[in-house]
Design a protein around this ligand. Structure first.
Ligand code: GLN
Length: 533
């Protein structure tokens, strides 16, 4: 295929309809037909990237291989497509303006007045096209964050309008809206959809495909009505009703031939319907598994499951491959103490100690780790979780009273976790952590080596603090081994206690690197150990 095709996914009526899932599902269907697909997300906020946002604002911060702190939708894209994303896959208004302002300061605009149209819209368009022909993708799917009609999404919709004009048949717009059921009237309502399409039309964009999000399946007559009012062909009104798992969405869309309709509209050969055997097998396991595996996730954002999105998904993948339902229990690290820890954790098959920042909830993590270690429960510490395993061991086994991370206590007498050298003189907090994929050399004979089955692995990072190598010998002589080391810097990436069944901590984030068809081996092994307790 010579020319890249561009598909835009916009949203209307309300947010949180799952545009990311629809974009990822559509990507999956096109990929299953043999096309090279990438998905990007434009976020209309002013932050340059979501790295400085707290999880209450936007859920988890996802990290790409090339070290970009990204929106959590990129995690969906990777989990669905099993293709890594990069910095180019997530752009914010802040980044667009930053780039335009830098150009203006350099004098690139040669005395012109710099304006939203054409300068901001040109920069948006440049970033959309960047992923296309240059990177050899057949399809670039671009999800526009926010809702049509928001002040902040205007320049994006305007860019879509211009690109449709410039790209002709190589460009298409999918609009996702909401069809609510009004219980008192016992009716579903299409008016919000009509209004939202009208808003899009007023901005010069006529969507070719509508995806209606609904709680229950809609009657054909409803889709027919929407088609009539919105200038969309009847078969191009697709519904996305609630399903048990987001991974069923591609199947729901395929049943209505969404991919076929798109190919047809873009003047492409339709070809044979793909089998998607692996995907269906995964779904089948998920729905037929009877026994469950009970996992505790100890962290401080329990009321906010999106904060640990990729961890939840990685555990779900691993449980499904082991033919188990995932029984995931969020344990609030601020509410766990010596008195209630047994009650909260004794029935768990495995315990995950979550990543995080700052002091809040940290003491509860130590209590949970001590309990897990003394009761030989499969335990998996991720980033801050690993650092907490180290601190707990220092305090309770090595007898280093008040050992801590300098993140929590800068005056601790035992800095077993300390700020990395290159972090010491930093002024800017944005994008300045140790980010992205780094090599890790795994020690032969360790649990980590048994799991990975190889000596060199790459995993993604997002942290400022590290294991303090001055204490390494002391830990190793007393039963906690450092079994993964960065070959260039000597930074400790993996720790484990070999005499326990499965007790391992990683400084990196293996959850960013776990997809439906390629689950991360650490999660697979941890869940297996949890099942076998
Ligand atoms: N706060 C710790 C650090 O910066 C851990 C970060 C994390 O868990 N992602 O090193």
């Amino acid at each position: 295929m010579s020319e890249t095709k561009y598909i835009f996914v916009t949203g209307g009526v309300v947010s949180s309809l799952g545009k990311g899932i629809v974009a990822a599902s559509l990507g999956k269907l096109l990929q299953a037909r043999g096309y090279k697909v990438t998905i990007q997300k434009f976020d209309p906020y002013i932050n340059v990237d979501p790295g400085t946002l707290n999880p209450y604002e936007h859920g988890e911060c996802y990290v790409t291989m090339d070290g970009h702190e990204a929106d959590l939708d990129l995690g969906h894209y990777e989990r669905f497509l099993n293709v890594p994303t990069t910095k180019a896959n997530n752009i914010t208004t802040g980044r667009i303006y930053q780039s335009v302002i830098n150009k203006e300061r350099r004098g690139d605009y040669l005395g012109k007045t710099v304006q939203v149209v054409p300068h901001i819209t040109d920069e948006i368009k440049r970033n959309i096209m960047l992923l296309g022909t240059k990177s050899n993708f057949d399809f670039v799917i671009t999800e526009i964050g926010g809702t049509v009609g928001d002040i902040e999404s205007l320049p994006y919709i305007e860019s879509v309008r211009q690109l449709r004009w410039e790209l002709g048949k190589n460009c298409l717009c999918v609009h996702l809206t909401y069809v609510p059921y009004v219980a008192a009237a016992k009716e579903v309502k299409t008016k919000p959809t009509q209004h939202s399409v009208k808003a899009l039309q007023e901005m010069g964009v006529q969507p070719e495909i509508l995806v209606l999000r609904t709680e229950r399946e809609l009657e054909k007559s409803i889709c027919k009505k929407v088609a009539l009012f919105c200038n969309v062909e009847e078969d191009a009104v697709i519904q996305s009703y609630d399903v048990k798992s987001i991974f069923e969405v591609p199947i729901v869309l395929a049943k209505q031939k969404m991919d076929e309709i798109i190919l047809r509209k873009m003047g492409m050969q339709v070809g044979k319907e793909p089998e998607m055997t692996d995907w269906k097998e995964f779904l089948n396991r998920m729905s037929t598994a009877e026994k469950s595996v009970k996992i505790a996730l100890v962290g401080k954002y329990v009321e906010l499951p999106d904060a640990y999105k990729s961890i939840n998904e990685s555990l779900l993948q691993a449980a499904t491959y082991h033919y188990r339902k995932l029984d995931l229990n969020f344990i609030h690290s601020e509410k766990i103490n010596d008195e209630n820890v047994a009650e909260q954790l004794s029935s768990m098959d495995g315990i995950v100690i979550a990543p995080g920042f700052g002091q809040r909830g940290i003491e509860g993590k130590f209590v949970a780790i001590k309990y897990a270690r003394e009761n030989n429960k499969p335990t998996f510490g991720i980033c801050l979780g690993m650092q907490c395993m180290v601190i707990e061991y220092a305090r309770n086994v090595l007898g280093l009273q008040d050992a801590n991370s300098t993140e929590m206590d800068s005056k601790t007498p035992h800095k077993v976790i300390d700020l990395m050298e290159e972090q010491k003189n930093l002024v800017n907090m944005g994008g300045s952590m140790r980010l992205g994929a780094y090599d890790c050399k795994i020690l032969k004979g360790s649990l980590a080596f048994k799991i990975y089955g190889k000596e060199l692995v790459q995993e993604r990072h997002r942290h400022r603090y590290e294991f303090n190598n001055e204490y390494k010998t002391q830990f190793e002589e007393n039963g906690m081994k450092c079994t993964g080391i960065n070959p260039e810097t000597g930074l400790v990436e993996v720790i484990e206690i070999p005499k326990l069944k499965w007790f391992l901590g990683v400084q990196f984030h293996p959850e960013y690197n776990s997809t439906v068809v390629n689950p991360n081996p650490l999660f697979m092994s941890f869940v297996e150990a949890a099942i076998n307790t």
